[in-house]
Design a protein around this ligand. Sequence first.
Ligand SMILES: O=C(O)CCC(=O)C(=O)O
Ligand SMILES: [Fe+2]
Length: 343
Amino acid sequence: MMIPRFDLSGDELLHTEALLHELTSRYKTVEDQDFLMDLGVHAQELPWGLRRALYHFRLEEPTSAVLVLGGFPVDETQIGTTPLHWNRRLDPSPTLREEFMLMLTSALLGEPFGWGTQQDGFLVHDILPIPGREKEQLGSGCEDLLEWHTEDAFHSYCGDYLVLMCMRNPLEIPTTFASLEKVVLSDEERELLFQPLYPIVPDESHLAKFKDREQRVDGTRNQAYAQMELMNSETVKIPILSGARESPYLRIDRFTMGEPEDERAHAALEGLAQQIDASIVDLVLKPGDICFIDNYKAVHGRKPFKARYDGRDRWLKRVNVTRDLRRSRHIRTAAADRVIYGG
Ligand SMILES: O=C(O)CCC(=O)C(=O)O
Ligand SMILES: [Fe+2]
């Protein structure tokens, strides 16, 4: 599969750098409320060709379901060393320029949002190996294959898009990716996969055991954790496919999904999973690359690797994007607040 790309031209890069320079002089962090209130407006100052490429990606929902933005350089020394934990946030962030680029481009697809139960509610996540967590099925693991999944598949308001930006990837460890482009289903399989027969629980990154000890604790957040624990013990059942029969949307995560009771439902899931397995491609992100994944139409994961914890480990930044914040209004504290609390 050819991965669709958009590469910034020299002129487009100059234009973008000027915008980033202005924003990094004005705001100390991308989490600044004043910046976030104007996010979508600032994003309209990105180059026309880039805005157009992302607009088409959003509007047309191509079955390839991914777009990689290249031509944005990252200075290896400027960004500093790979932190040992996502909670080791420096102030000011050495990756401020990159974080603004990630937020602005993400905002062309919808509204970036965060989870009260993930990475302390921050909008921009750090995806890096964490000492002691090598074996986990999470972005912070490394030694095991991170099985393919759609992001936050357990949650009704999971992101429409997942945006990954590479800070460094010296060993060229691939992100894995597959869309439904090549998947062929029988009418019966399709029918079953459209029904809410498939049990799923939250992935562990949302559970209290990964709540950071130093985090900014508040009552709402504790309640959100309690709700996630409830979803974990009660196990909801979801349809794997939804939307248009001939070009469906997808929610799937083999690792957090249990076995459906119905034999035929089980077989339909197995059949789909085998075809996804066969469709998986490697996507090696290079520093500065931004990968926009349609989280309704594609799965992603990561190949295993050995972390060295020498400051040069693989390091990505991640943002979740929703096309419609309004759907989750009842679990956010204000219309313009971007953090979802609970389920
Ligand atoms: O590390 C990667 O390439 C992707 C990890 C992942 O699944 C995620 O960040 O959501
Ligand atoms: Fe993921």
